[in-house]
Design a binder for this molecule. Sequence first.
Ligand code: DMJ
Length: 630
Amino acid sequence: MHMRKVPGFVPASPWGLRLPQKFLFLLFLSGLVTLCFGALFLLPHSSRLKRLFLASRTQQPGLEVMAEVAGHPSAREQEPPPKPAPAVPAPGEDDPSSRAGPRPRKGWLRRTRPTGPREEATAARGSGVAALRPGEESIPFSFDFSAFRSRLRHPVLGTRTDESKEPQSRVRAQREKIKEMMRFAWQSYRRYAMGRNELRPLTKDGYEGSMFGGLSGATIIDSLDTLYLMELKEEFQEAKAWVEESFHLNVSGEASLFEVNIRYIGGLLSAYYLTGEEVFRIKAIKLGEKLLPAFNTPTGIPKGVVNFKSGSWGWATAGSSSILAEFGSLHLEFLHLTELSGNPIFAKKVRNIRKVLRKIDKPFGLYPNFLSPVSGNWVQHHVSVGGLGDSFYEYLIKSWLMSAKTDMEAKNMYYEALEAIETYLLNVSPGGLTYIAEWRGGILDHKMGHLACFSGGMISLGAEDAKEEKRAHYQELAAQITRTCHESYARSDTKLGPEAFWFNSGREAVATQLSESYYILRPEVVESYMYLWRQTHDPTYREWGWDVVMALEKYCRTDAGFSGIQDVYSSSPNHDNKQQSFFLAETLKYLYLLFSEDDTLSLEDWVFNTEAHPLPVNHSDSSSQAWQRH
Ligand code: DMJ
C-alpha cells in the first residue's frame, strides 16, 4: 500500500509524542545510557559489573570447554581484589621485595581483575604483549607477583659480593668465562638462526626439528632464564622482544608433549617468575591449553604426541604406549599453569597421572618405562633411570620440594622407588665404580646412559629428607654415582663423556661402540656436579666442572657457536653441526651456578625442571587449586 505524505502534518508517535518532544526524550535517554556506561568503566571497584557485561568477550572458549569436559566449574567465578601492578625487576636488578625479612603469610593466589578488550590492548602494550594474535590476548585472571616475590627467602640472583673488591677472584673469572660462552652461543644463534629452533654452527643456518609441532624459537625460550641469570641484559631484551613480536602459537603440526612442556612451558614459566612480564605468563597458559587434548585417552595418561591442528591424540596409534619419563614429567609445570591461570584443569590432569601410577602394580616396586594409555597396563618390563624413565623420578622428589614439603604422596613414591632401584639396579663394578644398570624383566644391562648421570644430583637433592638412618647413605651414593659419571668423562680423549658407557669384560665407564661414543652438549654430568657442590662444597666438583668448560672450549666451540661431537675418544672429533637448545638452557646454566654463591637461585626457593628452568617453591599457605592435596 502506498502512503501519501500530507504537507504540514507531523504525525504523533504511538505514545502521543510529537517529533521535537520525541527528539528531546531520545537525547535524554542516550545521555543516561552514556552516563551509566561511563560509570561502569570509570568508577573504581566496578570490576564485578564489568565482568558481568564483558564476560563473553574475555573468556576463552578453549578453557571453558576443557573444564566442562573434565567436570570442573569455571575457574573464573572469583572475586578480584584491586591489585597494584607489580614492579618488574630488570635482569640483574633484584626485586627489593624479595629480600629476606618479615613476609606476609597471605595466600599466593590473587584473583582476576577483568578488563575490557580496549584495556587489554593497552595493558598488553604496556606489558610487552604487543604481537599477541586473536585468541592469545589475555588471561582473565591475575597473579599477585609482588606477593610471590615477597615470599622468596633469598634475592633471586643472590646477595652478590662486591665484585670490585675482589677483581682477581678465580671463581669470578670462571663465572665470567661461562658467561662469555653463553654470550657467544646466543650471539651465534641470533646471527645465523634467529627464530629457528636450533642453530647449525657448521652450515651457519637454523634447524626446526620435528618435536615442536611447528612452534619456533626453542633456543630463545630455552635461553631466557639463563640470559637473565647471567645478567646478559641486552641479549635478554632481544629474546623477550622476539617472544613478544614473533612467537606465535597458531601452529598445526604434531608435537612432543614432553618436549614442548619442558622447554617451552618451562622456559616461559621461569621467565615469568623471574621478571613478572605478563607476556610470558599468557603465552605459557595459552600453549598449555594446546597440550590438553593429549590427555583425552581412556585412562587420562597422555600420549606422547599431540596434534596441534586436530587436537587429537591419534587413535590410529592406539596400540602404542606412553613413556614414563614423558607423562611422568609434567607435574611441576602443570601445577604452575594452574597457579598462574586459576584454571584447575592442569593440576587435575597431572593428579590423575599420579593416581594411575600409585595404584598400578609395580614389578618389585619398579616402574617400567612403557604404559598403555588405553588399558593402563605396563606394556613391557624395561626399567631405566636413564632415557625413558629418568625425569619421572626427578619430578617426584622435586614435586615434594616444590610443594614446600607438603606433597607426602610424591615423597613416599620417590623414596619407595629409590629403594627398589637400589635393590635391583644398583651395582659396583670390579674396579669399584658404582652405577645404575638397566633392567629388562630381571636381566641387567650393565650400562649407564649419559642421561642417567642426572641421578647423582637427584639423590643428593633428596638425601636430607630421607629417613634419618638413610641420609648419609644417600649422600654417599650420590657422590659415588657422580664419581662414576666423571670417570666416563675422564676416560675419554676429549674429557667429554659418551652417550652410554658399559661395565663389561674388564672395560669400565667407556662406550663399547662408535654409535654410543658421541657427546651432544648434554648437561646431566655438570648438573650433578652443581647439586653435589651445593650440598658438600667439596672443591672437587668445581675442578671437574672446570675441566668440562675447558673441553667444551677445545672440542665443541666452532666459529659460529658450539657443536656436539661424534666421538669423544678421538682427539680431533667431527662436529655434529648442532647447538642443542638445552646447551643454553641447562649445560651453561648449571656450570654458571656451580661457580656462583649458593643463594643464586637458591634451592630453598627454586626447583629446576628437567630442562633446568627454575620454578618457585610454594612458600604460601595458599588454598590455590594448584596446591590442594587430594
Ligand atoms: C633435556 O632436554 C632434558 O634434560 C631432558 O630431561 C632429557 N635430556 C635433555 C638433555 O640431555
